[in-house]
Design a protein around this ligand. Structure first.
Ligand code: GLU
Length: 435
């Protein structure tokens, strides 16, 4: 069908969206989608298809607590789409997860897989709970019941979960076991990010941080910066932030600040990341009280005079209130959705190069794909092979996004959306609509 701007504009622009500091994450995704859709002159039907999640599962999860009481938790799994392959995406456990957040995260998985070039669709899961207040036994029962409730959704060829915020390889092992008990065979390709001994991949745990490091180096090259001359601030000291920081330090960067939920830690001479990781490991995974750094606030960390800022905590951290004060030349989004659309415009105006989440943190799902391939081959790769392939894919994706952004004179984020949407829309066009 030829493109008809009138029809299209009606489909896209329902009403002007207000600019707020804290976005509904799904709306924030759609706002970027809109810009890319205009560039691609996307057919209105395709627009509607690609902005609508294919399925949303909400399920009640009754759990017997350690004190004998029964509590019902809410579990969510959103399948955004499966056009390029089985759906893929992590599961997060947090007290404030919402369906809209999971919808956005599922859509970002679709675009992430398309940008990096792995043959998966996008999904995401969430359970509304506070894992810090739950015992290992309670977490196991919660995970097993969530899995049992979604048995018909998950599967190595259907939908493949992975870790995300507050979930880890142990939780993946419980999902694998529950699914396998029902399948009457060990189906280790049903999850990724699992322990090595159950078919996990070498390098998967470090993959997201490694990918952040690789694309940051690519961006430095484009800007003519040398790693040894760059200072870095990292927001978040979980799996992505701590490993990303360590790998950038190995490349010669000086990591002057990191933060976690207990606050920011600053040392102008560079932080000793191994000491901080050891300290956190001994201290309930928290940096509180770490001695060799000055305390700073979250906003101070984000607006430090550094060359590189890595937001690796959560959504909505860089907003129109703090974006005008951000000085970093490169912002590498380790987290999903850390920058609001209003802040995007400010950062661009001020000359910061933002490496968007769907590119910067794609290392995790890339090695998830390698893990899934290894499970299905029954043949396991060396760490060196995993890392080489990951680096190659991250660099190639960065170059593709950089070139697309230059071609359309847009941000890297919009460049990445253009590439991703174009790829998924092309696949949809060839598959056609089953009716
Ligand atoms: N949760 C990670 C992400 O947001 C990894 C997903 C996966 O490996 O499937 O990209």
């Amino acid at each position: 069908m030829p493109f008809n701007r009138n029809v299209y504009e009606r489909a896209v622009y329902k009403e002007p969206a207000p600019i707020r500091d804290h976005e509904n994450p799904f709306e924030a995704m759609v706002k970027r989608f809109d810009v890319a859709a205009q560039i691609l002159e996307l057919d209105p039907g395709f627009y509607e298809y690609l902005t609508t999640p294919s399925r949303i599962h909400i399920t009640a999860i009754p759990v017997t607590l350690d004190d004998g009481r029964m509590k019902v938790f809410e579990g969510i799994r959103v399948i955004h789409n499966e056009i390029l392959g089985p759906s893929k995406g992590g599961i997060r456990y947090a007290p404030d997860v919402t369906v809209d957040e999971v919808k956005a995260l599922a859509a970002w998985m679709t675009w992430k897989c398309a940008v990096i070039g792995v043959p998966f669709g996008g999904a995401k899961g969430g359970v509304i709970c506070n894992p810090r207040e739950m015992s290992p036994g309670e977490l196991e029962r919660l995970t097993r019941r969530y899995t049992a409730n979604l048995l018909d959704v998950f599967g190595p060829d259907r939908d493949i979960p992975a870790p995300d915020m507050n979930t880890n390889d142990q939780i993946m092992a419980w999902i694998l076991d529950t699914y396998s008990m029902h399948a009457r065979r060990t189906a280790n390709a049903v999850v990724t990010g699992k322990p090595l001994i159950l078919g996990g991949s070498p390098g998967r745990r470090e993959a997201t941080g490694r990918g952040v490091m690789t694309v940051t180096l690519s961006a430095m090259e484009r800007l003519g910066l040398r790693p040894s001359e760059c200072t870095v601030a990292v927001q978040g000291f979980g799996n992505v932030g701590s490993i990303g920081a360590q790998l950038l330090a190995e490349q010669g960067c000086r990591i002057v600040a990191v933060s976690d939920v207990t606050g920011g830690y600053y040392n102008a001479n560079g932080l000793d990341l191994q000491a901080m990781m050891d300290y956190a490991a001994q201290n309930n995974r928290l940096l509180e009280g770490y001695p060799n750094a000055d305390p700073i606030s979250n906003d101070e960390l984000l607006t430090l005079d550094v060359d590189v800022l890595v937001p690796a905590a959560k959504e909505d951290q860089i907003t129109q209130s703090n974006a005008p004060d951000i000085k970093a030349k490169i912002v590498a989004e380790g987290a999903n959705g850390p920058t609001t659309p209003a802040a995007d415009a400010i950062l661009r105006e001020n000359g910061s190069l933002v490496i968007p989440d769907i590119l910067a943190n794609a290392g995790g799902v890339t090695v998830s794909y390698f893990e899934w391939v290894q499970n299905r081959q029954g043949y396991y790769w060396s760490l060196d092979r995993v890392n080489r392939r990951l680096d190659r894919m991250m660099r190639a994706a960065f170059d593709n996004v950089y070139d697309a952004a230059a071609q359309y004179d847009v941000t890297l984020r919009i460049g990445a959306y253009v590439l991703a949407i174009d790829k998924v829309a092309s696949a949809l066009r060839i598959r056609g609509i089953y009716a």
